[in-house]
Design a protein around this ligand. Structure first.
Ligand code: 6PG
Length: 248
């Protein structure tokens, strides 16, 4: 069964620093135990300051030569589009790290969505040397939380919530940049560790639904996480955690 940790930080800056510290910690542990650190990034706005911290204050704390970066989802836009999750990571972190292109496994948002999903799946299968029915085991997979309780681009009601064999799929969502590519539930749930980073009072209802709501993955996709996880950590600031029962 998954080991679930819910950690509430006093404010947003404390949340971002703790998230960066956790990434550094897991990178060191992963590189020590198996010589590399596979980190799957999340998109959206929340992690931007975490990525900036990693590339500045924590830059020297990571052995970047042993790091490989992936994305949990991507909008179907070119990599230089401000809406691109790759563009956000590049602006805040990649542009300051000097990684080799072979370490950066972005989803090709500029391509036809079905082609991009298949290309990304192929890259995951090759990198992780996956056999039939196997899923990539990221050392750390970051997730944000939508105010409608979505994770990656798995929005409420999407058939992709029930995907059990493909690694990445093209979806259409009710949000800006309708067309997206997303990792599927079995991939999210095969990560060694999943870390949610959620900030703000506007996410409190979504956090409450995800952690304490009735079980309904179609309505609350964030509940997908945890079925068979190694470690699941929710990093929240106080406003985002404000509706949780005090038993947490
Ligand atoms: C995306 C993200 C998405 C994000 C949530 C929260 O492509 O937008 O992968 O799942 O994490 O929508 O976004 P914010 O951090 O901007 O609130």
């Amino acid at each position: 069964m998954a080991q679930l940790q819910v950690i509430v930080l006093d404010d947003t800056q404390a949340l971002f620093v703790r998230a960066a510290e956790e990434i550094v910690h897991v990178s060191g542990e992963s590189i020590c135990t198996h010589g590399q650190f596979t980190l799957c990034l999340t998109g959206g706005n929340t992690p931007a300051d975490v990525y900036s911290l990693i590339a500045s204050r924590f830059h020297l704390s990571v052995d970047w030569n042993a790091v490989h970066l992936f994305w949990g989802d991507e909008r179907c836009v070119p990599p230089e589009d401000p809406a691109s999750n790759y563009a956000m990571a590049h602006r805040t972190m990649l542009s300051r790290l000097g990684l080799d292109q072979s370490q950066i496994h972005r989803i090709r948002g500029e391509d036809d969505p079905e082609v991009a999903a298949a290309e990304y799946e192929g890259e995951l299968r090759e990198f992780f040397s996956l056999g039939a029915g196997e899923f990539p085991r990221f050392d750390l997979l970051l997730l944000g939380l939508g105010d409608n309780v979505h994770i990656a681009s798995l929005f409420p009601g999407l058939p992709a919530i029930h995907e059990t064999s493909r690694l990445a799929v093209a979806v259409e969502v009710d949000a800006p940049q309708r067309k997206r590519i997303t990792l599927t539930p079995p991939v999210l749930n095969s990560a060694a560790r999943v870390m949610f980073i959620v900030s703000g009072r506007n996410k409190a209802e979504a956090v409450k639904a995800a952690l304490e709501g009735p079980r309904d993955v179609d309505r609350y996709p964030a509940q997908i996480i945890g079925a068979n996880q190694g470690e699941v950590m929710w990093l929240l600031d106080k406003p985002a955690a404000s509706l949780l029962s005090h038993s947490k």
